[in-house]
Each structure stands twice: as structure tokens, then as C-alpha cells.
Design a binder for this molecule. Sequence first.
Ligand code: ATP
Ligand code: GLN
Length: 145
Amino acid sequence: PVIRSQNSPVDYTPDAKFYKVEAILRPWRIQQVSSALLKMGIRGVTVSDVRGFGAQGGSTERHGGSEFSEDKFVAKVKMEIVVSKDQVEAVIDKIIEEARTGEIGDGKIFLVPVSDVIRVRTGERGEKAERMTGGRADMSVTALT
Ligand code: ATP
Ligand code: GLN
């Protein structure tokens, strides 16, 4: 069955025009996730290599030493995607669809309200700065399905 985020809220608190979808994912799924996002017109994405500790790290070899011993951090990729409010749920569902294996360690998604977006090149703010040329807002409604 298709797994979606449960009980998608109509509104988020605190309210904002833009949100950062911050996803900690398996490195080998990043290519698949980002190309799927690109297909839906999400072109602005930042990724970083990170190391994390979660259920996956904690579930292996708890006997040897402290719970937070260095060697239990697992390599992950953090994907940060700032989108307008109306794009948040689609982005979350797409990430789940493309990143999920069903095994422990698939990752987690954090949703963060963003106060403003400023484009360095032009000094534009807000919607003008958040909109990407060729981005979703530029695509025809029919192309999105
Ligand atoms: P310009 O038109 O001046 O090129 P732009 O909106 O296309 O502006 P860039 O300057 O190309 O933005 O973006 C620089 C970096 O900022 C990107 O490589 C990416 O890491 C990050 N970035 C841009 N937009 C977003 C976004 N919406 N969400 C997350 N990261 C973004
Ligand atoms: N909201 C932007 C647009 O529709 C896309 C944002 C992004 O690519 N992260 O053009």
C-alpha cells in the first residue's frame, strides 16, 4: 500500500507563507528523491552529508560501551527544501514515496516555518524570491496531474 503522511493537517502552527521541509534520509535514496521532486517542479533543494543517531544506530550492538559511542552514528543525507505552504504536503508525500524502504533507518522529516526568503542576486523577498523559474508555479496545472 502507498504510505502517506498520516492525518495531513490543513494548517500548521505557527502559520507561515513558507516552510522548510527538512528530511534526514538514506544517502543511496537521494538521487531518486531529488529527481522525483524535480519532476514535480521542485527545483530548489539543498543537501548535506550528515551523521545521525536514531533507532537504527541504537538497535545495533547496544552491549559494547555507551549508547552514544561515536561508532554508532550512521551516514545520512539532510535534504532542505523551502516551499510555499500549499506545496508542503505534496513534497512530504513524494519524499515518503521515494525514500521509504519500510526498514528501520528510513529517516525522518521535520517541518519548519520560514519567516522570509531573500534572493541575494536581486534582493527580492517573499513570494518573488521563493518562486523558481521553471518551478512548480510555472508549470501548467495539467502537467502536474
Ligand atoms: P538566482 O535566480 O539568483 O540563481 P535562485 O533562486 O535560483 O536564484 P540560487 O542562487 O541558484 O537560487 O540558489 C543557491 C542555492 O540555494 C542552491 O544551490 C540551493 O542549495 C539553495 N536553494 C535555493 N532555493 C532553495 C529552496 N527553495 N530550498 C532549499 N534550498 C534552496
Ligand atoms: N515554490 C517554488 C515554485 O513553485 C519552488 C520551490 C522549490 O523549488 N523549492 O516555483
